[in-house]
Structures are given as C-alpha cells and as structure tokens.
Design a protein around this ligand. Structure first.
Ligand SMILES: *Cc1c(COP(=O)(O)O)cnc(C)c1O
Length: 226
C-alpha cells in the first residue's frame, strides 16, 4: 500500500493539471480526505502529510477520529444524517455536506449552538437510489431555509453516478454548477452558495474541470479500501 504522502503527491499533480487546463487557481480547490474506511492511524498519517480537511459519513467514525485529532483538522460530515442523531454531532461539524430535507434543517435549527455551514445535497442524476433535493426544487428549497437562522448555505453537493462515462459525469457536474450559479445569483443573505462539493476518487479531475471547489477523495488518497 502506498503512503498517503505518495498518493497525495499524485493527486496534487492532478489537481494542478485540471485547474491549469481550465484556467483555475488550484488554491481554490479544497481536497477532503474521506477517511470513513480507514483507521485513526491512517487518518493521522494523512494529517501529517499535510491534509487539513477530513470527511466522514458516520457519526461514530467522525467522533472517534475527532477525539484524537481535534483541532488539527477541519471536520466535514459528508453522509446522510438521521434527524434523531443531529444532536449527537451537529455542534462538532465545521461543514455539513448533505442537507437534503426541511425536517433536517428544522432539527439543526433546534440543536445548533452556532451557525452551521451547509452544502445542500442535490440529486442531479435523478437516480432513485440517491438522496438529495431534485434540481427543479433546489431554488425553492433554499429559499425556505431562510426560516432557519442557524443554517448558512455555503454551496451545493452531489454524488455522481458510478460510471466511467465521461460525458455523463460532465453533465452531472456542469448541471450542479449551473444550479449553484442560479442560487448564487438570487443573492439570498443566508445562501451565499459559492462552493461546489463534487468529485471522488474516480472522477475528481473531471469535477475540477467543471468547477468543483471541494473534492471528496477516499480510496485514491487513503485507500485502498474498495
Ligand atoms: C465514500 C465517499 C466519498 C469518497 O469515495 P471514494 O470513491 O473512495 O473517493 C466521497 N463522498 C461521499 C459522500 C462518500 O460517502
């Protein structure tokens, strides 16, 4: 197995190349290490290699790793969050990537002791197995979030289909970017919506070319775990 440092070097080169290709500044792209299937030791190795942003999709793993690593990292919760578990984790989260329903927003409002930076998850591909707000309902959904002062919509997030087809991936990513542009243009105080969380191990270069500001990379960075 490669060291995280070796993987990181390759990924950083890819980020730089994809950014250069599209006239972007690679410093505008945040690399999240998704550590959901790896040990605390491997996660610490990532932090020692210079990774700052960590993503977990389960509360248990999130809290376990945060207890050890603490403020050396910025903490992203990237998984779907059950309403009844919001209280267990929400005030420990720096960024929530999967706000996908009003009942969740309501519970966050009830439990949050600070403003919570949220990405709204959008089901761009329309696959029935994926959660997320449908593209048609995105603007109205985000308008409704104005009722919840604890929620700041910093961006949109999507999961692309599990496919190698570049045209499919590109259309999903560019679809999310267009939606982001619409929401941003609406100029809502509670929804600056500047960020785009999209791209994983298999498709992060395409995501960057299509405007990703946050890529969520697990297996290619800290794996293998597939
Ligand atoms: C697991 C996961 C990732 C990372 O997936 P890899 O293919 O291992 O890079 C990214 N985002 C979410 C929401 C995940 O659950």
């Amino acid at each position: 197995m490669n060291t995280v440092q070796e993987n990181l070097k390759q990924i950083q080169q890819d980020i730089n190349a994809a950014a250069a290709k599209t006239g972007r500044n690679s410093e505008d792209i945040t690399l999240l290490a998704v550590t959901k299937y790896v040990t605390i030791e491997r996660t610490e190795e990532a932090v020692d290699a210079g990774i700052v942003d960590l993503g977990e999709n389960r509360i248990e793993g999130f809290l376990e790793k945060q207890a050890v690593i603490g403020e050396k990292a910025v903490w992203h919760f990237i998984g779907s969050l059950q309403t009844r578990k919001v209280k267990d984790v929400i005030n420990q989260v720096d960024y929530l990537h999967a706000l996908d329903r009003l009942s969740l927003a309501k519970e966050i409002q009830k439990r949050a002791a600070k403003k919570i930076k949220c990405f709204v998850q959008i089901n761009v591909s329309g696959e029935v197995t994926k959660s997320g707000v449908s593209p048609d309902e995105t603007l109205a959904f985000i308008q409704q979030l104005a009722e919840f002062p604890a929620i700041e919509v910093v961006g949109l997030m999507t999961m692309a289909p599990n496919t190698e087809k570049e045209d499919v991936l590109r259309s999903v990513f560019s679809g999310l970017r267009q939606l982001r542009d619409e929401v941003k243009a609406a100029g809502m105080l509670h929804a600056p919506c500047t960020f785009l969380s999209m791209g994983m191990s298999n498709d992060y270069t395409i995501a960057i070319e299509e405007g990703a500001t946050h890529i969520r990379v697990g297996s290619a960075l800290v794996g293998p775990y597939k």
